[in-house]
Design a protein around this ligand. Structure first.
Ligand code: GDP
Ligand code: MG
Length: 436
């Protein structure tokens, strides 16, 4: 047992910790990374405050591997914020009507083609594309080319200047031709304006869409949030499409938009080719944002500036052979927080293989804990005073018998001997990561 304990203990000593002081810095670094990833300042602040609360609540400060735990908290929170799991996309109805809205150049027409391809090949649907951009004849041509590429039908009326009636006629056509999904590509303008909003709102009113997708260029960063808000106020859209993620954009817009309008991101588009449409997975985007801001590295760095004072104190005690029961209990409790002991020890390089077949019983530690807890503070810091009488009392208090208490005392003594030996070794018996 003492051998196993020693391994775990070694790991613990070598591990860097995040403490109360540097957690503030870590949180600040995470915030900066988020802002670098294009996340809105206010959102980044609220987010990191939440992460901090959680980190403290989950005792990251005392965890054996606070860096990993911290990264996990940040990642989980990001994922949660972006909707948790993938959002449902509704294509039921006969036909299902999907309205596409957004600014000019955001990628609406391209997305319309991609969505048609996706629904046709992945969902076994027969889509009809509708060109409802009546201002630019080229827009009809563009959609016609895309429809040809993905092999779906298109509906357009070159003489008609009323997008509402075009949309209505298209739905009639779809019913007649047995098309079960109608995708309406609308006109956009360079900036949010009343005429555009009224036009899309009128189409919405006339066709009662199953889904209204707001398409936004992820490279527009902060602007994307304002645009999303304007469109949502007017259209109450059902989902967001984030385009141009193939650029060097950081994806922070995803977080900001979701946070601001609280609508799910349903698709991401990352390229001009028709097969580069993806369903939006919050956990993947979280990883992207994390990776871009390089939060993982930041947290690891913070972990490295750990509380040396505490480690030094313990090191000194070991050196002077003053390692006592209280220290032992502290270490034991640290280990226990991490959960299953065997898994934990398996993470120590080189130890995993060695203990593969060893039966490590968490209960053994429970017994030890009980015994130490039955000691007075004085006894804990002065192991030598534990005579028969005191041991008897400890046995009673911890529900153990004398033999068990004696065995533990012996093990503890052996452990201390071993520490002493390590101190006298040429290497100084340094524990990994220990500074002298
Ligand atoms: P619309 O005005 O909203 O209909 O935008 P378009 O679909 O015409 O797209 C505007 C430009 O962005 C075109 O040159 C597209 O090829 C390009 N584009 C659209 N989506 C993407 C994308 O996901 N990645 C990249 N790199 N370019 C895109
Ligand atoms: Mg267009």
């Amino acid at each position: 047992l003492s051998e196993k304990l020693e391994s775990a203990f070694k790991n613990l000593k070598g591990e860097a910790r995040i403490n109360d002081l540097n957690i503030a810095n870590t949180v600040k670094d995470i915030r900066r990374a988020l802002i670098d990833a294009d996340v809105n300042f206010k959102i980044a602040k609220e987010f990191t405050d939440k992460v901090k609360d959680k980190a403290v609540g989950e005792k990251v400060i005392n965890a054996i591997s606070p860096g990993q735990l911290m990264v996990k908290i940040v990642q989980d929170e990001l994922t949660e914020l972006m909707g948790g799991s993938e959002a449902a996309f509704n294509v039921t109805g006969n036909p299902a009507v999907i309205l596409i809205a957004g600014l000019q150049g955001s990628g609406k027409t391209t997305f319309t083609g991609k969505l048609a391809s996706y629904l046709k090949t992945k969902k076994n649907k027969s889509p009809l594309l509708v060109a409802a951009d009546v201002y630019r004849p080229a827009a009809i041509d563009q959609l016609t080319v895309l429809a040809g590429q993905v092999g779906v039908d298109i509906y357009s009326e070159r003489e008609n200047t009323d997008p509402v009636s075009i949309a209505q006629n298209a739905i009639k056509e779809a019913k007649a031709k047995n098309k079960n999904v109608v995708i309406i590509d609308t006109a956009g303008r360079l900036a949010v304006d009343e005429a555009m909003m009224t036009e899309v709102a009128n189409i919405k009113q006339a066709v009662s869409p199953t889904e209204i997708l707001f398409v936004v260029d992820s490279m527009t960063g902060q602007d994307a949030v304002n645009t999303a808000k304007a469109f949502n106020d007017r259209l109450d859209f059902t989902g967001v499409v984030l385009t141009k993620l193939d650029g060097d954009t950081r994806g922070g817009a995803a977080l900001s938009i979701k946070y601001t309008v609280n609508k799910p991101i349903k698709f991401v588009s990352s390229g001009e080719k028709m097969d580069t449409l993806d369903v939006f997975y919050p956990d993947r985007m979280a990883q992207r944002i994390l990776g871009m801001g390089d939060i993982t590295t930041l947290v690891e760095k913070a972990q490295a500036q750990y509380d040396e004072a505490e480690a030094k104190k313990l090191e000194k005690k070991i050196r002077k052979n003053q390692f006592d029961f209280q220290d032992f209990l502290d270490q034991l409790q640290q280990i226990k927080k991490m959960g299953n002991l065997k898994d934990l020890m398996g993470m120590i390089p080189g130890v995993g293989k060695a203990i593969k077949d060893v039966d490590i019983n968490d209960d053994a530690f429970k017994g030890i804990e009980a015994m130490i807890k039955s000691m007075t503070p004085y006894e804990r810091s002065n192991p030598d005073v534990l005579n028969q009488e005191r041991r008897m009392r400890i046995a009673k208090g911890s529900g153990k018998d004398m033999a068990e208490v004696n065995a533990f005392m012996k093990q503890f003594e052996q452990m201390k001997q071993m520490m002493k030996m390590m101190n006298n070794m040429p290497m100084g018996g340094r524990f990994p990561g220990m500074k002298r």
